[in-house]
Design a protein around this ligand. Structure first.
Ligand SMILES: Cc1cc2nc3c(=O)[nH]c(=O)nc-3n(C[C@H](O)[C@H](O)[C@H](O)COP(=O)(O)OP(=O)(O)OC[C@H]3O[C@@H](n4cnc5c(N)ncnc54)[C@H](O)[C@@H]3O)c2cc1C
Length: 389
């Protein structure tokens, strides 16, 4: 396909949208990103970029920038909420070792700079209200009434996508009975480049260093029956968080004591879109397949999608073939990753002590007897490199 003639609108300037814009522009497409926010930025929080996501950033030419802005992860330490370490997973045993902890705002900055340098138009304060994909040429209607038509529309507009219902009709997400808090605190504990996961009954806390190790990203998850709004940005009183995790050991107490500002969100399960495209429009990232955070793969999947979409558009003669090929390449993997993420919560949250000790004992034994095997069980996830397909 002649990409120079491909007038593309990407809805959403998040990680998925910016990576898609860059991948398409690098292949010669004429790309505009429409972002509803007044600036391209992110509320403070960390992200784990695993080797499968890193492969895409490296192929986009951002290897050095990412490595410079991140902490290269050495391992993950799984810990009982009171007794301490259960087992350590050595991420250096991973085939490509490229596992990073990065501040979301830093990754967004890196992508936004690269996108601008590649000639993409990044338009802010452009909320898309409606997309008409039924007619041949998709039409976008913005909040101010402006109508835009495009050769290709990519919906990288997150969990509350406007494109998804235009393709699939309305969907009802299901509250999982889990609520999460996230915060960033100074690294006064002198923690090295290892993620700690403290596992307690019905709750867990993940923490890892950011920005040269100066800060620690903290995500705390708790099972609770009542519904919470599906927003990433609702503020909560840090004392509520401290009360819910008051029986955790001193390391977690040390983290929680430092929190002055915390955001809370409800975790919802959304079905993976059975169809990712219609006509000349395609869904990508969280808009197609939101995931629970228990495998830290949402952004990594959005990066894989971005590469796959641009690659398919470059390889095929028609958009219909390209978008069908994109879905065929991505659907099964996205389902597998999302199911694995959903299955992970119970492993962290066992409530009955004998069960918890048995599970932790098995983990410890596995880690001692077969450390390579412990890490290699993630080979299907981290060893996958979409840029080599
Ligand atoms: C606390 C937390 C921790 C996480 N940790 C990890 C991790 O460690 N590793 C990992 O891989 N993933 C992680 N994720 C998941 C990851 O952040 C998301 O999966 C990823 O950001 C999805 O990217 P996206 O571009 O698809 O959507 P988003 O990041 O949601 O971006 C969507 C963009 O579209 C814009 N937009 C929305 N609607 C419109 C509209 N109508 N018009 C114009 N613009 C619009 C939004 O303003 C936004 O900028 C985490 C998520 C959370 C909440």
């Amino acid at each position: 396909m002649d990409l120079a003639r491909l007038r593309t609108y990407v809805i959403g300037g998040g990680i998925g949208g910016l990576a898609t814009a860059l991948a398409l522009a690098q292949r010669g497409a004429d790309v505009t990103v429409l972002e509803q926010a007044p600036e391209i930025t992110e509320v403070g929080a960390g992200l784990q970029i695993s080797p499968n996501g890193f492969a895409v950033l490296a192929a986009l030419g951002l290897r050095g920038q990412l490595a410079q802005a991140s902490v290269q992860a050495q391992g993950v330490s799984l810990r009982d909420y009171r007794r301490g370490q259960v087992v350590a997973l050595d991420l250096q045993r991973l085939a490509r070792r490229q596992y990073y902890f990065v501040h979301r705002a830093d990754l967004i900055d890196i992508l936004a700079q690269a996108v601008r340098a590649a000639g993409v138009r990044l338009r802010l304060l452009q909320r898309v209200e409606q997309v008409d994909v039924q007619a041949g040429t998709p039409v976008l209607i913005l909040r101010d009434g402006t109508k835009l038509s495009a050769d290709l529309v990519v919906g990288a507009d997150g969990v509350h996508s406007v494109l998804r219902p235009a393709i699939l009709g309305p969907a009802k997400p299901r509250f999982t009975g889990q609520v999460a808090w996230r915060a960033v605190v100074p690294n006064t504990q002198g923690r090295g480049p290892v993620a700690h996961v403290h596992m307690g009954p019905g709750r867990h806390v993940v923490s890892y260093p950011l920005r040269g190790g100066e800060w620690l990203n903290v995500v705390a998850v708790r099972e609770q029956a009542e519904w919470a709004d599906e927003s990433w940005t609702a503020a909560d009183d840090p004392d509520n968080l401290r009360a819910h995790f008051a029986d955790f050991g001193p390391e977690v107490q040390g983290l929680l004591a430092q929190i002055t500002e915390v955001r809370r969100w409800g975790l919802f399960r959304h079905p993976v879109a059975p169809r990712w495209h219609m006509g000349q429009a395609a869904l990508l990232g969280d808009a197609a397949h939101p995931t629970l955070p228990f495998l830290a793969q949402g952004a990594n999947m959005a990066l894989e999608d971005a590469w796959a979409l641009a690659m398919m558009v470059g390889r095929h003669d028609t958009l219909a073939q390209a978008l069908a090929g994109y879905q065929a390449l991505r659907h099964e993997r996205a389902c597998k990753v999302i199911n694995a993420a959903s299955a992970n919560a119970w492993k962290y949250h066992l409530s009955v002590p004998p069960l918890r000790w048995a599970a932790h004992g098995a983990l410890r034994l596995g880690g001692l007897l077969a450390p390579d095997k412990m890490v290699q069980q993630f080979g299907w996830l981290y060893g996958y490199d979409i840029t080599r397909i």
